[in-house]
Design a protein around this ligand. Sequence first.
Ligand code: RAM
Length: 874
Amino acid sequence: MTHEPIPAVATPTAEHHREPFGIGESEPRISWKTTAPAGWTQQAYQIEITRTDGTHRTDWVVSEDSVLVGWPLRPLESRERSGIRVRVLGADGTASHWSQALRLETGLLEPADWTARAISPQWPEQPDGERRPPLLRKDFRSGAEVERARLYVTAHGLYEIEINGRRVGDHALAPGWTSYDHRLRYQTHDVTEHLRAGDNTVGAWLADGWYRGRLGFHGGHANLYGDRLALIAQLEIVHRDGTRTTISTDTSWRAAHGPIVSSGLLDGETYDARDERPGWSSPGFDDSGWSPVDIVTRDPATLVAPTGPPVRCTEEITPARVTTLDADRLLVDFGQNLVGRVRITMTGPAGHTVVVRHAEVLQDGELCVRPLREAISTDRYVLRGTDAETWEPRFTIHGFRYAEITGWRGGDPHTHITARVHHTDMARTGWFECSNEQVNRLHQNVVWSLRGNFVDLPTDCPQRDERLGWTGDIQVFAPTAAFLYDCHGMLASWLRDVAVEQHADGTVPWYVPAIPGGPQWTPARPGAGWGDVVTLTPWALYQDSGDTGLLAAQYDSARRWVDLITELADPSGLWNHGYQLGDWLDPSAPPEDPGAGRTDRHLIATAYYAWSARHVAWIAGVLGLDKDRATYEELAHRVRQAFIDAYVLPSGLMTSDTQTAYAIALQFDLLPGPASRTTAGDRLAELVASGGHTIQTGFIGTPPVTAALSATHHVDTAYTLLLQQECPSWLYALKHNATTIWERWDSMLPDGTVNPGEMTSFNHYALGAVAQWLHTTVAGLAAASPGYRDIVFRPRPGGGITWAGAAHESPYGRVAIQWEMHASGIEVHTTVPTGTNARIEWPDGGVTSLATGTTTTWRPERHTERPPLPTRPD
Ligand code: RAM
């Protein structure tokens, strides 16, 4: 009789890749998840790698590790394909079968792999005039049968590729936005199915995008990276007979203007279908009238493979309501504020123009475009006059819930108009739900704001003439984001850009990639809460993923930031001078001066300084840099003491008697001891109550305020604040049917008019960081050690919520909790993945250890003394 193995290993993953195809890591770290009976622990693992030179197996490696395990063989080479399987052995002697194989392929790892040059149409252009985007094409013969073919491609500007009349891939806005001078991403596509023996054609659309399109506020700037669009494409074909053909961009390509008249990320796109060139990307097309191309400069050493997924259309939404405004002018309400573009299908006479404008909100029944400032966000389609014509812009993107369509000639708008949602196609990893429908809607709004602002880089907002990688916004939101979506690959790339754009003195730009922003932002000045993205965000991501490699990659950047502040601070350790944004958008700040909050900006600056120093010490500790750890620990201690001396009064109250001051002092561990933590918590609760349980905090104070309350026995106050409906509050926006998180508490005023401030977005994730408190405290699901190797379920019921639940797809597998209140106690269902340790910490202070697997635990209501406050925040 054979004994069936019980543990089972799912297909492994490599690094943070969703699709490990064309990757840039030659030694990708491998992770796997095991399902096994309760109590099973991994004693050893074995990795098998099948690669070009055969199959290799490691010996059994005695280790409990299963997350980001080091590559065990010699490094992969460029274009190398491999299959990776894992099997595990339990401490109880049970072994799994081999997992399914992960198929992995590297891209071009060496600059010398690139034979393609950057090519640009030769025709003259006016750098500040209207420049029609080009098409580029090349015919070629493929002699022998095709075994496989890969396209490595990128551009100065944005691109889309067609081979033999068929689009390649489904990426949008490729190659994305990186610090182009230092890092330009290329993409790899399997184009085997596109090719045939004999005549073939490759064609490319190009457009301005971030490379040379108008970007930024106050009218913006064009040509930020250069004024010539260019394509870099290398098509490598392996034939059945073993021979190879490579088609690279070079001077043999031809260029012509295409049907796109103009395209800008902020401006929108104009497309004249009468100018289409049928068959242009297929063999047999006559390009004798097309122009030659020039070679332009691009150092192949700056070409990098993606670490995260591409931008894609992830959802289509049909109109919720269509109103005819007049004659042929429609107002379409998609029922959801989203980011993407509108696809229309219509029939009409040649030359007829349909105009699509976009807005997040209405005013007096019409689009309200004032908040877009100088983003025109208007698409135009000129009909070719044939049967049903379907069009969606290619190289622009808008933030909108409403579209106004002028010149509509289509059929039923409900079936002929679709909003196509676009963002980085990350895997969803986090969920939350509870008995309160309004809280659920708030949570959904956070998810939608995340989706709309994770479009290749983490942006502040997706609609107006801004859309920048603001450091402070993602700094406060990263823990929430990492719970909800697997954003590790995307943010690891962006953090590289932050590091390369960090100034020589350590200053972190306000937003990355940095572009000119007027005297307030350019040149950048060190700003607390914003620059701290380099210390706090790698750490936040590490908490979710357990990725020490990210810490190693970002360590220098983190350290340089803290070293800069040490130079700027006074000798005692206070960072008490210089420009600061403070508690940005504190609701007491006037609309035109969002930095004029009620909390002392330098109190905030010093708090962040201490917290960042502490983080550098922690990171150094993880990396085994013991000397640095000691140095930064000492620094953190000194700054903490300086903070206490300067801002905490002998009474335990603070010099800024504000919610933000107490919340960050509590959450950043900046109070001298348990007694002062109690005083601060009590005072915070008093301030929240005396403020009528409305919000009195901005970007800095809002993320920690509920957590600081619940950590100091004021969970009821936190719930009252959470459930407040009057402005300013989280739920106030729901009165105006908000479907995303707003930038301002009152982006829409109680009377239904749009806030007059020139900075009024309806899609900003920062204040949605409260969702992480919903996950960790309302539902009660948190990592107790990096990567959820230890899990703590700490539900804190309240606010009349009768049940709540959250789930997170952790590196070890699904973690979940669902609790329900009963008259006599609380019932908790938990799921704990193999390879982790978990416990429940009850509101009454009791602790229950959990086995792996799914468990139901019952806790009778107990009336005990309040447990003592922990001396430190969690
Ligand atoms: C605004 C941005 C962003 C914020 C900065 C300081 O322009 O939208 O949210 O970080 O200001």
